[in-house]
Design a protein around this ligand. Structure first.
Ligand code: AMP
Length: 552
């Protein structure tokens, strides 16, 4: 009966959700709000949304004049700067696809990505010219390279046709108004560096990007407004700096960009000089910042809160930031999710808890935003309860979550009901807080029981002299697998294996305590600043304890 009922369309305006509209809004309602960058040339660069819009429209005009068509991929190998910000809007705004290439990947991966994306143009910071020189030999689609800053004659060697960005955009008047695109059109492309196989391209749309920015700015997530000053520490090539370039414009917040330097001195300096209230970044950034503050006696008087994600945040880090007056908003997401999935913000039920229970609750990854659906399932794909105990494979669904990888559209990715498998293992508690227990491939099975590498790492970094800890599973003849702990000590500190075991006593189950502990001076990190467990496995995965005395 209902099928036969006539369709009555709503009578609301069908205005497309376009990326360009966010910058238009910022330029009309917050024209003078600043975008402050640590310039690649050195020093601080200041501009505003009003000026950035004009320059983004020049980028669009120059791309059109060059002959770039809608849907063409345009690569960037660039730091977080005002120029990269202009490209975010100029490229997507004129209908082309912004392809942010992660310059920290292995060069063969960079070459693969640019070839696979078939980028026609590359916008490049001078730092990356050596990579580009080799890249051009392997990426025939690239017609021209546009240089975003000054480069020495030596850096330019072998790159005769380099175009100067400032001359290039100065040569065109800005376009007169942005084109009205289909909101479902592709806007940006970002490859995830899978630990196995080729990198996979996540192709965002205008619609997914705008909806994601709306959700991320909400109080239940980042709670961003025009009285905030945001520092986007997450790189623009890591899930579009977690949406910061869009969220800042949409809300009219001041935007601070750390340029080529993610060192703690630069980050702390920018936060304090620019009155930053909100930050985002992976845990390793904050490890360095906290170490820097400890050594220098520095403070962060204006910083109110920071989202931290990309890897699990330890309770010790949350406490250390709280001691500086900074609230941690634990965030979990993925490149495939634009990246926002869940954020640990406070509900009235959590606010009513005693301080200790509340603090423990907020160490979880957090609650889903409106727009993100979560489910956990067992090995038979049966849905598990949200009781905070049952751990299962985490699947997600929503309008800013990928449905397929770029140019692999014929490989089925979702289940029959449209859910995407995250590869993470999680619990969800009755209050809706999700907690990641492990990446499926990192979880350790010892004597038939699971050991959460995240929980063990968190227990270890509670030690005041340990900066970073990583736990991997190593084969064991008796227990199948045992945890192996690798630690990086805080600068100038000494800790023995025995000290660490004694510290863990009573903090984790006795059979979780690793027999083998290794010390490293520099933890290997991935191109997005996470602990590189694949490298640790290569270094340490040889079986130990052939006698099988492991968990005795
Ligand atoms: P990427 O796409 O590189 O950002 O990687 C996404 C993956 O990072 C997720 O599937 C998780 O395994 C991991 N991840 C992100 N945020 C967190 C977090 N807060 N806690 C634990 N793992 C995380």
């Amino acid at each position: 009966m209902t099928d036969a009922a006539p369709f009555i369309p709503g009578l609301m305006q069908d205005r497309p959700l376009l990326i360009s509209s966010m910058l238009d809004y910022a330029a009309i309602y917050h024209p003078g709000r600043e975008i402050v960058s640590r310039a690649v040339e050195g020093g601080i660069h200041r501009t505003s949304y009003g000026v950035a819009r004009e320059r983004a429209m020049r980028v669009a005009a120059a791309l059109q004049a060059y002959g770039i068509r809608r849907g063409d991929r345009i690569g960037t190998l660039a730091w977080n700067t005002h120029r990269h910000f202009e490209l975010f809007y100029g490229i997507s705004g004129m209908g082309a696809v912004l392809h942010t290439v992660n310059p920290r990947l292995f060069e063969d991966q960079i070459q693969y990505i640019v070839r696979h994306g078939a980028d026609r143009l590359l916008f490049v910071d001078p730092t990356f010219l050596p990579i580009v020189r080799r890249l051009l030999l392997h990426a025939p689609s690239v017609e021209a390279v546009i240089l975003l800053g000054e480069a020495s004659a030596e850096d330019r060697e072998g790159l005769d046709g380099l175009i100067d960005y400032e001359d290039w955009i100065a040569a065109q008047p800005p376009i007169v108004g942005w084109p009205v695109l289909d909101e479902r059109a592709a806007s940006a492309l970002c490859y995830t560096s899978g630990t196995t196989g080729d990198p996979k391209g996540v192709l965002y749309s205008h619609r997914s990007t705008v909806l994601h920015a709306f959700a991320a700015a909400q109080k239940s997530a980042m709670n961003i407004g025009c009285d905030d000053a945001i520092i986007a520490i997450a790189p623009m090539y890591h899930a579009n700096a977690w949406g910061m370039a869009y969220i800042a414009a949409m809300t009219g917040a001041k935007l601070v960009l750390p340029g080529p330097r993610n060192d703690a001195e630069n980050i702390v300096g920018l936060i304090n000089d620019e009155g930053v209230t909100f930050a985002c970044g992976v845990p390793t950034i904050w490890t360095n910042v906290l170490e820097h503050l400890r050594i220098t006696g520095g403070t962060l008087p204006t910083l109110d809160r920071t989202t931290i994600g990309g890897s699990a945040v330890s309770p010790a880090m949350i406490d250390a930031l709280a001691a500086h007056g900074v609230r941690t908003l634990h965030l979990w997401g993925m490149t495939e999710m634009s990246p926002l999935g869940v954020v640990a913000t406070v509900t009235p039920e959590v606010a009513a808890m005693d301080a200790e229970t509340r603090a423990r609750q907020l160490t979880k990854q957090g609650r889903a935003q409106y727009g993100v659906e979560l489910k956990i399932v067992d090995e038979e794909q049966r849905t598990l309860p949200h009781d905070g105990k049952a751990a299962g494979a985490l699947w997600v669904r929503g309008p800013w979550i990928t449905s397929a990888y770029y140019r692999r559209e014929d490989e089925p990715l979702l289940d029959a009901e449209g859910w995407f498998p995250t590869g993470d293992i999680a619990t969800i508690d009755p209050l809706g807080y999700m907690q990641i227990t492990d990446r499926a491939k990192d979880i350790i099975k010892s004597g038939g029981e699971w050991i959460s590498s995240i929980e063990l790492e968190n227990a270890v970094v509670a030690h005041p002299d340990i900066a970073i800890a990583a736990v991997i599973g190593v084969p064991d003849p008796r227990w199948e697998e045992r945890p192996l702990l690798i630690v990086q000590l805080s600068e100038g500190r000494e800790v023995s294996e025995g000290d660490i075991r004694a510290f863990l006593d009573g903090r984790v189950a006795r059979w979780w305590v690793p027999e083998r502990i290794e010390f490293t001076a520099a933890m290997p990190l991935t191109a997005t600043g996470k602990i590189k467990k694949t490298a640790l496995r290569e270094l340490y995965a040889a079986p130990v304890h052939a006698t099988g005395e492991a968990a005795e």
